[in-house]
Design a protein around this ligand. Structure first.
Ligand code: FES
Ligand SMILES: [Fe+2]
Length: 441
């Protein structure tokens, strides 16, 4: 007798419930000492998304990536080689570049004029004789590991770090069907928020909050059968859209599911709020089929052929988490990447959204538009605005003296996995580690 593999798509988001909740000490979300440990032991040793290939496509293109106090200069050299350097002059430490731009021929410090070529070799030192014997080749810019995966540029301050592809584990193979290289980043949005970088990242690492924080979304997505995987540094959640949540008490009509989808994500299929469910659908077509068809039609209007994509490939969101701070959300027609960074103190951080659209293969690319704004100014759609609005209250609550630890469900195991990795990088003593969460009998 042959045994068929279990249907992972019918797995729920909880998986196998643990014997007890996982308890995470709250202070790691606001303690300056803990943030100091992160700065010392974690951030300089992990691969982080810095920008996109479209930011640094041509020789002379550069991009300054900042994460907390760290600053990395990414520059495309004359031979087309992409390099990264710690953004510090070797004379007295001045930052060499800020922001992003093009046409860089050399890297010249604006303070006293020390100048490097784009390969990081020191070429000129004004009044050099005043230093005595100073050899130019002793003072190159300090290199940082740089690598790309699809259209994302990653950096790691640790030049001995494991290769990026090893770090990403199962993710590249798992999402290969989606051909992410055909997407173009058209904008990045950096939003300053009153919350720790982990508070921000936790928000895109679980689907447990959807039933409460996102009532509109709850009417058009399945947050119950949303299976999760944990690989190591990385993990995954799958969510099907265009269906009502099985948790809803009321029976929704197809038109109501359509309306909920339009109000939360209608832009993905070029449909404005208030547009009714089309009444010309084929017999047997589900609402998800109708939404997928409209999405394909909208893509075709931009010259993008989605004829290859099934309804499931259009409507199932594949969400990946990469330690420490990144999520990537993709389906056949959609790609968004989000990261979070430390701010000036542990109670502040920034949410960075990289926004993409699929383009016809071979079509020209342009540099993304990079914008920065406060949380009050940002309105990145109904659902994300809800996600952002909860952050300051969450951060404040974490400080309250009676709130000693977070109590986490297995449904939040991508959050737990982030802490598991964090504890490993920080090498926390046993007494400071999270507790509970043992697997059930
Ligand atoms: S600090 Fe850069 S040249 Fe002096
Ligand atoms: Fe959310």
């Amino acid at each position: 007798m042959t045994r068929t593999a279990p249907d992972v798509r019918r797995e729920d988001a909880i998986g196998v419930p643990p014997a007890r909740p996982t308890l995470v000490p709250a202070h790691r979300y606001y303690s300056a000492e803990f943030a100091g440990l992160e700065t010392e032991r974690m951030w300089p040793r992990v691969w982080q998304v810095a920008c996109t290939v479209d930011h640094v496509a041509e020789p002379g293109d550069f991009f300054e990536y900042r994460c907390g106090s760290y600053s990395v200069l990414i520059v495309r050299g004359d031979g087309g080689v992409l390099r990264g350097f710690q953004n510090a002059c070797r004379h007295r430490g001045n930052s060499l570049c800020s922001g992003a731009g093009s046409g860089l021929r050399e890297v010249r410090c604006g303070y006293h004029g020390w100048t490097w070529d784009l390969a990081g070799q020191l070429r000129r030192v004004p009044n050099r004789k005043g230093f005595g014997e100073l050899r130019l080749h002793d003072l190159p810019l300090v290199a940082v590991a740089v690598d790309t995966w699809e259209r994302l540029v990653f950096v790691n301050l640790d030049r001995d770090a494991m290769p990026l592809l090893d770090y990403l584990e199962e993710m590249p193979g798992d999402v290969a069907w989606c051909r992410l290289g055909d997407f173009r980043c058209y904008a990045t949005m950096t939003i300053d928020v009153d919350a720790n970088w982990k508070t921000i990242a936790d928000g895109y690492s679980e689907t447990y909050h959807i039933q409460t924080l996102h009532p509109e979304l709850h009417r058009c997505m399945d947050d119950v059968y949303a299976p999760q995987r944990i690989w190591g540094h990385t993990g995954k959640s799958e969510q099907v859209y265009g269906v009502p949540s099985p948790q809803l008490k009321e029976q929704l009509s197809d038109a109501e599911v359509w309306d909920a989808y339009v109000s939360t994500q209608g832009a993905l299929m070029g449909v404005e709020e208030g547009t009714p469910l089309p009444d010309d659908r084929e017999p047997g077509a589900s609402v998800a089929d109708v939404i997928a068809a409209r999405t394909r039609t909208f893509a075709a209007s931009r010259g993008v052929d989605l004829g290859w994509a099934t309804t499931d490939q259009v409507m199932r969101l594949h969400q990946y988490n990469v330690f420490p701070n990144m999520t990537l959300l993709a389906n056949a027609d959609h790609l968004t990447v989000m990261t979070s960074h430390p701010g000036p103190d542990p109670d502040h951080g920034e949410l960075v959204m990289l926004l993409w659209s699929r383009i016809p293969p071979g079509s020209p690319r342009t540099k993304p538009v990079d914008v920065r704004m406060s949380a009050d100014e940002a309105h990145p759609g109904l659902v994300l605005t809800q996600d952002i609005s909860v952050l300051p209250g969450l951060q404040r609550g974490l400080h309250q003296p009676g709130f000693t630890h977070l109590t986490l469900s297995n449904e939040e195991r991508r959050v737990i996995n982030m802490h598991r990795n964090l504890e490993r990088y920080l090498d926390l003593p046993e007494a400071e580690r999270m507790t509970g969460g043992e697997s059930g009998a």
